[in-house]
Design a protein around this ligand. Structure first.
Ligand code: HEM
Length: 390
């Protein structure tokens, strides 16, 4: 990675975001039938105020979760994503237990083991693809470890991540519903074989009557969907940033302890999740605007994180400077529970790519950005080793 190059091909949203923040920070968009909120303070206020801004509008996805015990369907408002406190807190507590510090250490060890295998394989070839060859296997190994599943289940977890990723996509294959149901069956079987760590934590809560079988499946699927593509998009965005500003590559090679700062800078500037949504529970005032009850409210996280009132207008990145906290992981009760896992995966993957592989360059024209307003990242990124491209 040497000469500066841009890998992005889709139009940037940032000029439009800046105009919204300046001219209409809170407004009703008739076409989207939603109130659009673009400034940092307003976005954070809404995320924290679950009493006026409910998550019940966040449908899990179009596929229902059926109990493997009695066939009943989990109502949307009982899912982790779409529930509000206090019901949400009772579910969320179990997710927190999954990411206890000792589990995170085991996940990091799993990431290193997988990267060891990947590096050995990649150096034997001329080219590789970042998403499929690097990110996806690491994310699968890490989630399998978080779930407390042995290596025999890794291929299954990789498959579940594919299915979950497709649920987030704009166009879904016709076979997805059958794949989704098969995935639920497998998750239930896997959870039953777990010790008390990972999915076993959900099963133990189920045995104690704190959640039912449908919640065990919903919590697992939500973790898969939350962790499927976001980490991959983070890695792609960091690599795109390094390609644009190659001096940052020398900085982190000289001092790998700067990688976490690079990850934070990328999360803020190019948030993998660009927006989320809430619905008002009553008439409510925001920044001088009266928003009626039952209105959809779109929160532009990607804009909030560029708000010059909080972060200044300077665009250069100084890795030695502490970044102000951003909203890339959300805020309030639904703030991402995978924060530590995402940061760890980003750090170990970027470190392996920049320090353990011979010089490579990302092949211009062969990178494909994800084409959805809600997400920012790459779904394909080809790289070739420099010695071979000369
Ligand atoms: C760079 C990577 C990631 C980003 C940018 C990200 C971003 C977010 C954001 C913005 C939310 C809040 C959505 C809202 O309030 O409407 C969220 C929620 C969530 N994320 Fe992440 N996430 C990432 C990685 C992960 C990982 C690795 C996992 C787990 C393996 C995960 C699991 C979840 C779950 C389960 C929720 C729902 C939490 C709840 O509703 O209480 N995420 N994430």
């Amino acid at each position: 990675m040497t000469a500066a190059q841009s890998l992005r091909t889709l139009p940037e949203p940032y000029l439009e975001y800046a105009r919204l923040r300046r001219e209409m920070p809170v407004f009703h968009d008739a076409e989207a039938d939603a109130w659009i909120v673009s400034r940092f303070d307003d976005v954070r206020t809404v995320l924290r105020d679950h009493q006026h801004f409910s998550s019940r509008i966040l449908a899990q996805d179009s596929f229902e979760i059926r109990s493997p015990v009695d066939g009943s369907v989990l109502p949307n408002e009982e899912t982790l994503l779409a529930s509000d406190p206090p019901r949400h807190d009772a579910l969320r507590m179990h997710v927190g237990r999954l990411f206890a510090p000792e589990r995170l250490a085991a996940c990091e060890a799993a990431a290193h083991r997988e990267l060891d295998r990947i590096v050995v394989r990649l150096v034997q070839g001329k080219r590789f693809e970042i998403v499929q060859d690097v990110c996806e296997p690491v994310v699968a190994a890490v989630l399998a470890s978080a779930f407390g599943l042995e290596s025999g289940w890794h291929a299954c977890v990789a498959q579940w991540l594919q299915v979950s990723g497709h649920c987030n996509a704009r166009s879904r294959p016709a076979s997805l519903k059958a794949d989704f149901d098969a995935m639920l069956d497998e998750i239930w079987r896997a959870a039953a074989h777990c010790p008390d760590a990972g999915l076993g934590i959900f099963m133990a809560a189920c045995r104690r009557g704190e959640v039912d079988a449908r919640h065990v499946l919903d919590l697992t699927v939500t973790l898969l969907k939350g962790g499927a593509d976001t980490t991959t998009y983070l890695v792609g965005n960091v690599l795109a940033l390094l390609a644009e500003q190659p001096c940052l590559v020398s900085d982190i090679r000289r001092d790998p302890a700067l990688i976490p700062a690079l990850i934070e800078a990328s999360l803020r500037r190019d948030s993998p999740v660009q927006l989320t949504i809430r619905v008002t529970t009553a008439d409510v005032e925001l920044d001088g605007h009266r928003i009626p009850a039952n209105s959809r409210v779109l929160l532009l996280l990607g804009s909030a994180n560029r708000d010059e009132a909080v972060f200044g207008s300077e665009d250069d990145i100084h890795l030695g400077r502490r970044e102000k906290s951003h909203l890339a992981f959300g805020a309030g009760p639904h703030r991402c529970p995978g924060v530590a896992l995402a940061r760890m995966q980003g750090r170990v993957i970027i470190q392996a790519l920049t320090t353990r592989l011979p010089d490579f360059r990302l092949v211009p024209g062969n990178a494909r950005e994800v084409d959805l307003r809600a997400l920012r990242g790459f779904e394909r990124m080809e790289a070739e080793f420099m010695a071979l491209s000369r």
